[in-house]
Design a protein. Structure first.
Lengths: 296, 296
């Protein structure tokens, strides 16, 4: 596992509104000085004070700038000059939501893989950093560790508001949050009941976290029922609306899509089977380049 | 139950930054014309275009203006001229979160009581409006119905950002959301396991909503353990921080405080007992005038 050190560029954006080349963004704005050791600064490198989004170090777009910039970024990671760390495991549903969110925002974050299959989340080293023993986790430049996928996504939504994924204005934001919460509390929790109470692998660990909880067999059946009820509800909703919360793609679609994939694996049933609206929507989401990048 | 009709003043604010008298706010800005039938308009009545917060109809502060304004507001409700409706039940924990949130923001919303003890949430009339059969619910001027307490609070946070209760900037917002989600997923769900699986009253209704779910006895014990684990965690946190998420009162405190009160009633144990930090914080929250208003 890489260890954080005080450092410059936390988040990289490929392209964007303020320039077509890749940019590194850093709220503490020290990237320019640091980057000079690796790559000569271009004339248009600048750090403007103002909103968080304005702390951009613009990389010139000439020739192979993007390629060089990526090399620079990789050097930063190798040299441990990048302080923000995303703790991820590709097979787990919650970090997958964040991965899709980041890909939709065109952000790349230095990532550390914590192998849940090898119980690395229970290691002393990880627990010292993330006492909840859960993924995803995001370690910020100042050492603050965020857990809970929704909180991590909200962090990036505020820092990088484009493209908007959590709604604009009061009503949109409420609808995205409402559908996210229903998908999580009704769908995801039902899937987890089936998944963690029915498999030998989760014996004594029927709930995520550092505490042991025994399996409860009756939750497997209850979970199956909840899963059907939720995906029926989602199918009805998708008969009225092209996307889950709004008439465009949002974080609610990310959550519901990840839960649908998780249900296939964890419950052994494909929610889209026999649900036409869900099938249409699911194919549409799967075809998004960012979703493909983040889940393949 | 009152039926919504197209109408003027949705949200009333007593006092506020732009005037010390009570104000009615309405995003569609028709309140002035309507109100003239009830109360002569004052010279400083005005509707300014711009941000949502600017659509204010300022009531003069002379003499008994506040009293008259309240009478006018009550007339609006009686005449069904107020379209936004909040569906509430004072004994339930989730709507209590919204009530505290509104009181902290100094907002008054026309409210309809749905008596859960009389199963009014399962009535055909309520289900037609709120198919999830859950409280709280908020019906907007355009007929949209929001459920999920967090989504409803977010709606008001956007419309009435002062005082800030969900964090300012990326990190604060993420921390409030993180602590809210942990309190809900770890604390509240544990309490619900004890509450709904152990009482005769909830037979066949072990989960909220229109579907029937049988009780599972083993969840009572599991829930008790989860409750202890969560309130231990909260107590540790409150040893490091004066409030749950930030160094000031936020929505995360509202959620945790309501869950603590719910645990007393539902689990029969006082989480503050023997937890010094939780006791200190709990007394501090209980002493807030808005909390007192919303919970007494």
């Amino acid at each position: 596992m890489k260890i954080r050190s005080a450092a410059p560029c936390s988040v990289w954006v490929r392209g964007g509104r303020h320039g077509s080349g890749p940019r590194c963004t850093n709220s503490s704005c020290k990237c320019v000085a640091r980057s000079s050791g690796y790559w000569p600064l271009a004339r248009n490198n600048s750090c403007a004070a103002g909103s968080l989004g304005a702390y951009n170090h613009v990389v010139p777009t000439r020739g192979d700038a993007e390629a060089r910039s990526i090399i620079f970024f990789e050097q930063c990671v190798a040299e441990r000059l990048v302080s923000m760390q995303f703790y991820d495991f590709r097979l787990a549903p919650s970090p997958t939501k964040v991965r899709i969110f980041l890909a939709e925002k065109n952000l790349e974050i230095p990532t550390v893989i914590v192998n849940l299959r090898k119980f690395e989340q229970q290691s002393a080293e990880f627990l010292a950093k993330v006492p909840s023993a859960t993924l995803p986790a995001l370690e910020l430049d100042d050492g603050t560790v965020l857990v809970e996928s929704h909180a991590i996504c909200r962090y990036f939504e505020e820092l990088h508001p484009e493209p908007n994924l959590m709604g604009e204005g009061a009503k949109e934001q409420a609808l995205v949050l409402m559908w996210h919460d229903m998908a999580t509390l009704e769908g995801y929790l039902g899937i987890q009941e089936v998944y963690r109470n029915g498999q030998e692998y989760f014996k004594g660990r029927a709930l995520a976290g550092p505490q042991g909880y025994e399996q409860i067999e009756a939750l497997v059946d209850r979970g199956r029922k909840r899963v059907e009820v939720f995906f029926d509800k989602l199918d009805r909703r998708l008969g009225e609306s092209p996307y889950v919360a709004l008439d465009r793609f949002t974080y609610a679609d990310i959550a519901a899509y990840v839960y649908q994939g998780f249900a296939k694996r964890a419950v052994g049933t494909d929610p889209a089977g026999g649900r036409d609206n869900l099938t249409r929507w699911s194919e549409m989401i799967a075809a998004r380049p960012a979703v493909n990048t983040a889940t393949s």
